[in-house]
Each structure stands twice: as structure tokens, then as C-alpha cells.
Write a protein that binds this ligand. Sequence first.
Ligand code: GDP
Length: 371
Amino acid sequence: MSGKDVRKGRTTRGSLGSGVGGETLGGFIGFANLPNQVHRKSVKKGFEFTLMVVGESGLGKSTLINSLFLTDLYPDRELPDAEAKIKQTVSMEASTVEIEERGVRLRLTVVDTPGFGDAINSSKCYDPILEYIDAQFERYLHDESGLNRRNISDNRVHCCFYFISPYGHGLKPLDIEFMKSLHNRVNIVPVIAKSDTLTKQEVNRLKKRVLDEIAKHNIKIYQLPDVEDDEEEDYKEQTRVLKQSIPFAVVGSTTTIEVKGRKVRGRMYPWGVVELENDEHCDYLKLRTMLISHMQDLQEVTHDLHYENYRATRLDPENVVEPVKPGKQASGNTDAKLREKEAELARMQAMLAQMQKQLQMQNDGQQTHQL
Ligand code: GDP
């Protein structure tokens, strides 16, 4: 840990004015409000955000993601049968969608981790997930030290929805182990999956249990920033409600159903309809509001805390990451590194030449002006 307290002085944002009170966003996702959060330059460039979903297969990860972003990210995906599931290893699926709302572009990458926890020997099944997160940090570190620092694309994982099974009595040992490996790398937002399978009382009991276990095992989950005194009352209330709702009990569905003349997204049962965008039924809207109103904060914490930790560890001379293997492999590595250095030198030379040319042109222009 770098020990840097990024919790203080984080940017606060205006209220989205929707979501928590049960209002719908009328088909909009709501990120058009991002200009309130980000610098104009980022708005022009587009906003990059990566969300990762983890948890056992079948907990409704893909369904929730599709519900949240209205786009079918996985139209061709086939559900594996039981036998295939056992053999299945963790494979990462990153899908990127570009969504534009009222002139604001969001480049959203969703990283799904199907198969996690399916196989009986699953204790190390999450290693590829950790490797994926680290690989994005490594790529950023590499790009940051390169020449084209202004146009780095940020693929770091800014938020991780951790799906908790509604069928257990809290966190499973694997959840605890996995969350502890994740919490210094990424902002964890715990969610209780398929909460429509539980009664209100059961949801509350499970929420309390999960929070107790998180505290008991010193698991660090994403903390919503404290609101400033001078914030609007609506925003203060929104933040209070959001904080109280963690872990968010969610329901996912991409089906639209007609209820008393209203079209709603939900799940139809013989005894009634569970509506996604109804705060009495689940925390779907709260989760969406939390994500959208805190995108910039999630990015800041990723950069200032998680990435900084990675960078500090990585650049520490005691942590030699790639020990050079003897023999052929070593010379292969050295060759590759030499080629990389040569390419970088060539890029630098080209850039220098370009700069000289521009300076020359500027000088020529000035001289003409003086004449
Ligand atoms: P994933 O493997 O975690 O991505 O799970 P999927 O999204 O593929 O969903 C697995 C199954 O659970 C599908 O049959 C979904 O229709 C169903 N499902 C998804 N979300 C929910 C939910 O919130 N409640 C209930 N009861 N079922 C759901």
C-alpha cells in the first residue's frame, strides 16, 4: 500500500437527479451528465470506462450488464451444458461498446469472466482474472513511459461488480479469498445476484451478513466519497441512500413486460412481475446511479490508489518482474528488448526531426513578419 489517502479531496459531482427516487431515465443510461464530472477535453475525446463482472457462472452477470447498458453485448453466446461447464476454465471476454448520448461519447468495456467457481477445484481459478487486471496496469505503465503519453488509451479496470450467490448464507470461503486478492487492485462493488429469489427479509439478512463478513475479514470494498457540506440536499440524500444499500441486491432482465398499461423491464412470475426499475423490488436503479454518478471517482481511485500501488511495487528494484531465463529464451528476450529499444529510438528521431522542422517553419514565419 502506498499509504496515500485518496479518499479525501476526491472530486464530488452534481446529482443525477434520477434513479434513487424510483424515477426512470426513460431509456437513457444517463451518462450524458458526465460533463458535470469530467473535463471538457475528455468529453470531446470520449470517456473510457472498464467494468468487470466476476462471480460464479449462472448468477446473472451477462443479463445484468445487458440490462444496464441496453445493448446486447453477447448475442451469440451459447450457454454451456453441465459437462462443458466443469471442464471450462476461466476465459476472459472483453466487449467494448461505444454509446453516445446527447453528444457525450462513452467507450465502455465490459469484462466478463464466465466459468468462475464452476469447477470443483476452483481455488486458483481466479488467477487469470488477477493477471488480466495486472496486464492492464502493465500496459498503462508501458504507455505512460513511452513517447505518445497524451493519447494513452486507458484499459485499466475501474470497477468490479462482485456477484454474491443468493443461495448461500453469506460469503463463501472462495469469495473471501478472491475478494482479498482483488481489493488492492480494483474497486470492488459487491452485489447480491438474483435477489428476486429471496424475500425482503432474507435480502436484508443476507446484506447484513455479507457486510459483517467483509468487515471481519478486512476486505476493502469501494467506499463512496463523503459528501461536502455545501453539496445540494438531493445529492446528500442520494449518497446516503446509496451507502445504505451496499451490497446492492440486483435483478437482471432484458425483457419488456406490460404492467397496467406501463412498459417495464422485469421478470414475470405466475404471481406477478418483478420490476427492475422499482426501488421497492430491487436495487437495480441504485446500482446504476452509483456507477454513473461515480464514474470519475472510480477512475480517480483506480489511478491514485490501485495503479499507484502497482507502479510502486513494479518499479521497486527488489521486485524484479521478469527474471531472464538462461539459454535460448534469454537471448530471445534480449533480442526482443533490443528491437523494442531500436524502434523507440527511431520514433524519437522522427519526432525530433518533426520538431526541428516545425521550429524552422516558425522561425521563418517570424522573420517574414519582422520584414
Ligand atoms: P452469467 O453466467 O452469470 O453471465 O449468467 P446469465 O446472465 O447467463 O444468466 C443465467 C440464467 O439466470 C439465465 O437463465 C437468466 O435468464 C437467469 N437470470 C439472470 N438474471 C436473473 C435474475 O436477476 N433473477 C433470476 N431469477 N434469474 C436471472
